[in-house]
Design a protein around this ligand. Structure first.
Ligand code: ATP
Length: 294
């Protein structure tokens, strides 16, 4: 079982010819509410890729709370550690222009209440084969979850997004960090992915830098280096490619696959996802990943 300690947001997506400027009102073409959040997306990706998954986080007592729980439940995810707190659920207000460009406002809502782990959360983490973390919850909560995993000997995989200053007390409990190339550059100050990888390995034992359509670069302190090319496909929507990659990577690692095999599995899952629209809607099943690998 994989635990995800992370955010659940309702994405409120308005499609407009062009985004309104301050003081302006524009007519939108369409509107959709889509369950999202990096934590929930990684949980769904891992479940589709074949893992049993438990989600630890919070939703509000508004109308979105049951919808967000329902989306996780439908994906077969254990939501027994998803708490309901007074106030609104987390939301991401997304404006998508006809040009394909977008602007996003994230309001953490209930996610902001997850400042630590309950005894039951710690027990869930300790029973896991891996803990997935991102940075859309308060940092003190993320640090506490990482420490709980470290104490129990459970591997911790961190997606450092959105980018914040990463304290040593967090990185000291992380086994594998998976930034995209922009995050890797922001964290290390090194624009070149090889240099960024070296700098990351000064702080964590293993790192993967995802490079979009150029693939993914893996390194370990033990001296391994791998550049896994992306699977060449016609991309229609790369939303949540990174979350699909991480969910699948965690699944493959928890099954004991080698780094090279786990990266191939993750790249294949992500390549399938970029050929379909949306976030969780684009994530492939285990059967689809296995078929594409053969
Ligand atoms: P997002 O923020 O959209 O979730 P990201 O920026 O976190 O994505 P990327 O580095 O863009 O992550 O992509 C993650 C992985 O997805 C890549 O390492 C690659 O394996 C796969 N991928 C991304 N874009 C493509 C593409 N156009 N074709 C094939 N594979 C892709």
């Amino acid at each position: 079982m994989i635990s995800v300690f992370g955010s659940a947001n309702m994405d409120l997506v308005a499609y407009v010819p062009s985004a309104p400027k301050l003081g302006e009102t524009v007519a939108g073409r369409a509107f959709r509410t889509i369950p999202g959040g990096k934590g929930a997306n990684q949980a769904v990706a891992a479940a589709r890729a074949g893992s049993q998954v438990a989600f630890i986080g919070a939703v509000g007592d508004d109308a979105f709370g049951p919808e967000l729980r329902g989306a996780l439940f439908e994906a077969g995810i254990d939501t027994s550690r998803l708490r309901v707190v007074p106030g609104p659920s987390g939301i991401a207000h997304i404006v998508v222009e006809d040009s394909g460009g977008n602007s996003i406002i994230v309001v953490p809502g209930a996610n902001g209440s997850v400042t630590g782990c309950s005894a039951e959360d710690i027990e869930m983490i300790a029973r896991s084969r891996a803990l997935l973390l991102q940075l859309e919850l308060p940092l003190e909560g993320v640090v506490e979850a990482a420490r709980a995993a470290r104490t129990a000997g459970v591997p911790v995989i961190l997606t450092p997004a959105p980018v914040v200053e990463l304290p040593d007390e967090l990185l000291g409990a992380v086994d594998l960090i998976v930034p995209n190339e922009h995050e890797a550059a922001a964290i290390t100050g090194a624009a070149d992915p090889d240099d960024a990888l070296k700098a990351l390995l000064d702080r964590v034992p293993e790192a993967v830098i995802t490079l979009g359509s150029r693939g993914a670069l893996y390194g370990s302190r033990a001296g391994d280096r791998l550049l896994v090319p992306a699977v060449p496909v016609e991309a229609v929507d790369t939303t949540a490619a990174g979350d699909t990659f991480v969910g699948a990577l965690a699944t493959a690692r928890s099954e004991g696959r080698s780094p090279a095999d786990a990266l191939r599995f993750a790249s294949t899952a992500a390549a399938l996802s970029v050929q379909r629209e949306g976030a969780s809607t684009s994530m492939p099943s285990r059967a689809e990943i296995d078929a594409a690998l053969t």
